[in-house]
Design a protein around this ligand. Structure first.
Ligand SMILES: [Zn+2]
Ligand SMILES: [Zn+2]
Length: 396
């Protein structure tokens, strides 16, 4: 290691050192003294932004973007973009920053792979889902401006950001969505308006011709369906103005209905039928995505509708074996365990509390097998070629 940067070098050289060492102070210092474009190239044709993305350094990526770094610039010999590097780093926040700045998710490298495919190849599943679920803010804000004869827009401007965040969410478990809505009162209060705008987004997506993204269209429909259901429950509860607040909380009612086990005490029959109804009401029955879901749901031994929908929206998992999930909302790698039996996991007290009416029957009984997910999907890309390319991706 002879790369101590005490030598007085050009900003090109020192900035790459600062990125490599994760030295944010030094990085800031160099940027503050540097005038002009921050699209600086190293000897391999990689930009500073690409290096910061590859390091998964959110702060540096943000600073470079603030200084006007070109998110689609680069002369890397394998045609990797900043988003490819961000995808390889596995930092979903970095990828979201790049996408918000206009990174093209469809750009391919020299072996024809997109950033999301590269993330899948190295097992960064959250990043895959983040990229595949991305929608520019302008798609949502389009509806916050009155058009034609309108005196009021479909979407109150205050809803643009919360709805955008809601759409970008990767965990599509209906209880997670409900909890997210609960934490965003403005979305809960305007659930009907948000639901209608999501249906419009769905329609708009399906009428883009060759640019149509059926999966995204289905996701809009799905989110709209959940919001509509919560709005309906809320409407019914409005007349109930009595003291037992929790009992009449629409999110509470929605979540407990979906989490209630069926006759066998395990399978979530009500959730399954709610989600099947949602698929059934998708208005575009000619499309491939709809056919694939129906084929899966009507097969001989059908998987739960939740996993069919999750596979549709977030794609198959590649290499991951057993990831723990929150028993209430499906969030990956939850922080807490049931302190009594240690057999089930939760994000937090709220998730545990919501699930207790189910779990109390199983808690402290004989130990159940740990929760696992089947390792069912194989990566269908040529592993050897990619592996060798990854090895010499960043020289030095
Ligand atoms: Zn949870
Ligand atoms: Zn327990």
């Amino acid at each position: 290691m002879e790369t101590k940067s005490d030598e007085q070098a050009a900003p090109e050289k020192t900035i790459f050192n600062a990125i490599a060492q994760g030295d944010l102070d030094e990085f800031n210092n160099i940027l503050s003294h540097h005038k002009g474009s921050v699209d600086l190239f190293d000897e391999n044709g990689m930009t500073a932004l690409q290096h910061a993305a590859y390091k998964g350094n959110k702060e540096m990526v943000q600073l470079l973007l603030d200084r006007g770094a070109d998110v689609n610039s680069g002369k890397h010999e394998y045609n990797y973009t900043a988003l490819h590097f961000g995808a390889l780093s596995g930092n979903s926040d970095v990828c979201r920053l790049l996408l918000n700045a206009g990174a093209k998710p469809t750009a391919t490298n020299s072996v024809g792979r997109t950033a999301s495919q590269m993330a899948a190849f190295v097992g960064n599943h959250h990043t895959v889902a983040t990229i595949n679920n991305f929608v520019p803010l302008s798609e949502i804000s389009y509806y916050s401006v009155p058009r034609g004869q309108q005196t009021e827009p479909y979407l109150p401007p205050v809803l643009v950001e919360p709805l955008h965040k809601f759409v970008l969410g990767v965990n599509i478990h209906p209880v997670r969505l409900a909890l997210n809505i609960q934490h965003t009162p403005v979305l809960l209060e305007n659930a009907d308006k948000a639901s209608k705008v999501l249906e419009m987004l769905c329609k708009r997506e399906m009428t883009r011709g060759s640019d149509t993204n059926e999966v995204m269209a289905f996701k809009y429909h799905y989110l709209s369906y959940v919001l509509k259901e919560i709005h309906n429950i809320r409407d019914k509860q409005k007349s109930n103005t009595d003291k037992e607040e929790k009992k009449h909380d629409p999110i509470e009612i929605f979540a407990k209905k979906l989490l209630k086990p069926g006759k066998d005490g395990v399978s979530l029959d009500l959730m399954d039928s709610f989600l099947k109804d949602c698929v059934r009401e998708f208005p575009y029955r000619e499309c491939t995505t709809f056919h694939q879901m129906v084929t899966a749901l009507t097969s001989k031994d059908p998987p739960p509708a939740l996993s069919v929908i999750n596979c549709t929206i977030n794609g198959q998992r590649g290499f991951v074996d057993a990831i723990p999930y929150c028993s209430t909302c499906g969030e990956e790698k939850p922080a807490k365990k049931c302190s009594k039996c240690k057999m089930v996991q939760y994000c937090d007290r709220e998730c545990q509390r919501l699930h207790w009416f189910v779990h109390k029957k199983a808690c402290n009984r004989e130990p159940a097998p740990p929760m696992t997910t089947p390792n069912n999907a194989k990566a269908n890309i040529d592993a050897s070629e990619l592996t060798s390319q990854l090895q010499n991706l960043v020289t030095g």
